[in-house]
Design a protein around this ligand. Structure first.
Ligand SMILES: Nc1ncnc2c1ncn2[C@@H]1O[C@H](COP(=O)(O)OP(=O)(O)OP(=O)(O)O)[C@@H](O)[C@H]1O
Length: 389
């Protein structure tokens, strides 16, 4: 993606189009994001770090004004994470004062543009950043971004389930869902799922074992299930918000001293249903072992919903609002499984990472099937209650 044609100034005045969550009271109007420095340089992600370092230093000097005249010997670079999708580097400089300051440089992984809409991400980051979310965006280059380094610890799945932290995540998500990102407010969930379905159903694997496993999948059946789920969830008229869409523990950081929680990594962000974002987060309670028995029960969900719906007066949330959000969330729970199942199929074909993505497809899709009847009957009885009541 080139650096031309990007304009980061100006924030839309209001969310409009009835897209904001029912629970919210005001749209977060972020200050107009400042102009973000851009560079047309790109850095080959496959280079070993020692070889890559001079390129990273040159890039930082080009994008970060305060660093432009520093000698290269002031810089040190380390890997923060290989991530599932990107390479994240911490770049630090020792200043004359003896202080150290750091930034992160994120290099997009190969083929990630098949599942991530970079244009959409870059459109949103300045507004999310201006509203106080995530790392500050300091620069953009051809295949990545430079952001501020966050001094905080990354949460574990167990931290995320802790009631005090869960309440804080809910309050922060309430705030996140109020951010107004200019442009279309059309929910993207089903468009994205249908796009993934199209790509996922047209794959061919050279490895015969993989191909045989792949051929056991009925895309016709998935298509019918997606359609049924979409039609049913449409009847809920779920509020549409700017959603994070990937709130797993690795994307939550906490500075314990300052009691400051950070949402990071907005790669999958889009306008979507608030219940989808919450359900997707609840699915992540399963943790690294994908133990879906850890999906929160109704009481645990209600604790989250109270803090999400009314952060200032969680105990005053009305029972019918809790029930509506419960139904909404647990309908979109299935969509979250389908989304990541199809995502995994595409990864199985294109990702250079040695991970059993096909196995992950079967795991997520299997869980979707397992939960299908109870989730569908939950929404059906809720809707018939509405019709009769
Ligand atoms: N700005 C930052 N400051 C400090 N640490 C960060 C920052 N951004 C990310 N990290 C750390 O790096 C880890 C990976 O980051 P991130 O999730 O953004 O990468 P990713 O490649 O998208 O990974 P994945 O695909 O697994 O989500 C995070 O879990 C966090 O520990």
């Amino acid at each position: 993606m080139g650096s031309e044609g990007r304009s980061w100034s100006g924030v839309g005045a209001a969310a409009g189009s009835g897209a904001e969550a029912k629970a919210t009271t005001a749209v977060v109007s972020a200050a107009a994001p400042a102009e973000i420095p851009t560079s047309s340089a790109s850095v080959d992600i496959s280079m070993p770090l020692p070889e890559m370092s001079p390129h990273i230093i040159r890039l930082c000097k080009e994008l970060l004004q305060g660093w432009s005249s520093l000698d290269s010997s002031c810089f040190s670079i380390e890997t923060v994470s290989g991530g599932i999708t990107n390479l994240l580097l911490k770049v630090s400089v020792k200043e004359d004062t003896g202080n150290e300051s750091s930034v992160t440089v994120r290099l997009y992984g190969p083929n990630t543009d098949l599942v991530i809409d970079r244009k959409r991400e870059l459109q949103a980051i300045p507004y999310l950043s201006a509203a106080g979310f995530g790392a500050r965006l300091l620069g953009i280059f051809e295949n990545g971004v430079v952001q501020s380094f966050i001094n905080a610890r990354t949460l574990s799945p167990a931290d995320m389930r802790e009631p005090r932290i869960a309440a804080e995540i809910a309050r922060e998500l309430h705030r996140f869902h109020q951010v107004d990102i200019p442009g279309s407010k059309e929910p993207q969930l089903w468009n994205d799922i249908f796009k993934f379905l199209k790509k996922a159903s047209a794959l061919k694997f050279e490895d015969t074992t993989k191909q045989e496993r792949y051929e056991t999948i009925s895309f016709r059946e998935i298509q019918d299930e997606v359609k049924e789920l979409k039609d049913l969830s449409d009847l809920l008229h779920a509020p549409v918000v700017y959603a994070h869409n990937d709130l797993l523990s690795g994307n939550l950081m906490l500075n314990d001293l300052e009691a400051k929680l950070y949402f990071i990594d907005f790669e999958y962000g889009s306008y979507s249903y608030r219940g989808y974002d919450i359900a997707n987060h609840f699915n992540e309670y399963a943790g690294f072992d994908c133990d879906y028995n850890l999906y929160p029960d109704k009481d645990v969900q209600y604790h989250f919903f109270r803090n999400y719906l009314q952060p200032d007066r969680p105990n005053e949330v009305q029972a019918h609002d809790l029930e509506a959000l419960y139904v909404e969330t647990n309908t979109f729970r299935l969509a979250s499984h389908i989304y990541w199942a199809l995502w995994a199929l595409i990864q199985a074909k294109v990702s250079p990472i040695d991970f059993d993505y096909l196995g992950y497809f079967f795991l997520r899709y299997g869980e979707c099937k397992k939960q299908m009847d109870s989730c569908l009957s939950l929404v059906q009885s809720f809707l018939s209650g509405l019709r009769n009541g």
